[in-house]
Ligand binder design. Sequence first.
Ligand code: ADP
Length: 318
Amino acid sequence: MLDVIAIGEVLIDFTPVDSAGGSTEQYECNPGGAPANVAVALSQLGAKAALISKIGEDRFGSLLHQALLSSGVDVSGLSFTDEANTTLAFVHLDDDGDRSFSFFRKPGADTFLSSQDVPFDLIENARVLHFGSLSMTHEPARTATRAAVVKAKEAGALLSFDPNIRLSLWETEEAAKQNILWGLPYTDILKISEEELGFITGTTDIEKGSLELQQQFGIPLIVVTLADRGSYYRMTAHDGYAPGFPVKAIDTTGAGDAFLGCFLTKLLEIGNLLNQLTKQQIIDMLTFANAGGAVVTTRKGALQSMPTTDEINKMIDS
Ligand code: ADP
């Protein structure tokens, strides 16, 4: 039985070679894509994780395939296509290591994932299905992702959703929003940034926004990432904050994915009974996840920056 299956984009990030903020035309290639990063984070922390996605029959596809394999991720749901090139993204970093992305997409291979490519038997045997919204920008990946989500729900898996909004990838803001609204009713664990929460609920008050989303969609657990300030959670019976770890961030790409991978790892260690989690258990899980996110910000790259258990424990003890 698999612990977590992640479905969605896998791509190459082109990250500037110079330190943050420098103007440069030199880039290094780093494997990434949010669901892929989450799968690698989980695998590195000892969970059994798989990725369902699609890559091109090109050297970037081979690089991604190799990176996932060597991280111990189950790639039986990773297919190849000659219809499109592997997806490429250009990362721009500001002085605080915060990033923006522009995509070189026509669209890329991961959007060619079709329902025929989805290993539904694997999904039936997973404890958690993790999905994002970026595999739903184009067909056929939108239909394939939605079919996987519906199947996982029917099979009794927990659904983890990271809206991961990148408005530039959608035709309209409304399309981005509608897509997220599609995912929320299926969601058991929602990981969302405070900006995304504001975008969906229209309020900058994260406590109010989380409560509103929880009540509207019946989401058992909402976790809001607050960058260097750590994170906030809302369950039906309680809520709370876990502070962040002070670090010198140079590249925040992948921090949210590491955070989620760490959080899910701890959740799976405790068991599936979401509603029985105590406040202390969740704060401990968030502390571990905040430390994992903080570790990732101290180095460039995404998939290959995912933290180890030792690094996380050192950050917590520091
Ligand atoms: P997202 O990718 O969801 O927008 P964030 O940038 O908020 O994610 O990062 C996820 C988590 O990583 C945060 O909740 C925090 O725990 C940690 N983190 C992110 N940026 C920093 C930072 N500059 N310093 C310390 N921790 C950070």
